[in-house]
Design a protein around this ligand. Structure first.
Ligand SMILES: [Zn+2]
Length: 312
């Protein structure tokens, strides 16, 4: 019998897949047909950026930004544009504390170009991955240097907020009726607004868990569950429900917001590319080089250690 802790994976594999999948249904009909046809791909590859953290050193900082390194909200000393931020802090220093908002700009430009060129497999890969990065930045702990409670004796809170609670509650208790994707006039400004919200919520996320932990019976905080022959230690369902109630469904709201943001960014990239017709695009399967890349990605994920900051 082996006792292991749950790995914390940002929104977790469940969350990221869930977010990309539900985003499809917010799209306008011209896009919906194509995206729905590829729902399996968009869902499965929602987690590739996390797998890539095992293979590529430069990957980790794309998933977060430690806003508390830049003073207090609304962070007047942090330039919102990349070139200005590099000029002030240097690229090395920015990379050290996370470059999430700017990386989304890069992904948006790439996705827009792939729509323009009607490159089916690129549209799908970039859509799947852009969805991942957007969802990460809607998570409060992706905007804090205390991202796994490591500075406050709350190790594990990252996976608790982003994986354990959604896995427990999303399917049965949360509703994902969200409406329609919108055109985002200024994607970078939109992202900064979300990141600043996440940073503001991080304090509550950490403080409330501390308060709950202090009053909850210690022997009921964790439970042990058998999963494929492994005994997993995880936050008990009672403790998870109590925390979710304290947060007044914050996690559900942030997950819905992620879904809306993902759909809206996909839609905005397509609109900015001139709304190309997606009707003629065939359901091309990935070429050999892409398949090889997927295989390598999976191998390094299964056999390696994550490089850079992680939330295990
Ligand atoms: Zn991530």
């Amino acid at each position: 019998m082996l006792l292991i802790s749950m790995n914390a994976w940002c929104w977790g594999f469940f969350g990221h897949r869930h977010i990309n999948y539900h985003a499809i249904f917010l799209l306008p009909p011209e896009m919906l047909i194509f995206f729905k046809q590829h729902a399996d791909f968009l869902t499965e590859h929602a987690v590739d950026p996390d797998k890539r953290r095992y293979a590529v050193t430069a990957e980790a900082p794309r998933h977060y930004i430690d806003m508390d390194r830049y003073g207090k909200a609304p962070y007047p000393d942090l330039p919102r544009k990349w070139n200005e931020a590099v000029g002030k802090f240097s690229e090395d220093s920015l990379n050290q504390h996370g470059i999430g908002p700017w990386w989304i700009q890069v992904m948006m430009a790439r996705l827009t170009n792939s729509f323009r060129a009607k490159e089916t497999s690129k549209i799908l890969r970039l859509s799947a991955e852009l969805g991942h990065y957007l969802a990460d930045l809607s998570c409060s702990l992706h905007a804090s240097s205390n991202h796994n409670g490591q500075h406050t004796g709350q190790h594990g809170i990252h996976g608790f907020w982003e994986s354990r609670i959604p896995e427990l509650l999303a399917e049965k208790n949360w509703d994902f009726f969200i409406g329609h994707a919108s055109y985002i006039n200024d994607p970078l400004a939109y992202i900064w607004d979300r990141v600043i919200e996440s940073a503001a919520a991080a304090d509550t996320v950490l403080r409330f868990e501390k308060m709950l932990s202090a009053k909850y019976p210690a022997d009921q905080k964790f439970s042990y569950e058998d999963r494929n022959g492994f005994v997993i230690r995880q936050y008990s369902s009672g403790y998870s429900q109590a925390y979710n109630t304290m947060l007044n469904n914050m996690i559900e709201r942030r997950m819905k917001l992620s879904i809306y943001a993902v759909a809206s960014f996909w839609y905005t990239a397509w609109a900015n590319a001139g709304q190309p017709s997606l009707k003629g695009l065939t359901a091309a399967s990935p070429d050999e080089a892409t398949l090889k890349e997927f295989t390598e990605l999976n191998l390094s994920w299964q056999n390696g250690n994550p490089k850079g900051k992680n939330c295990d």
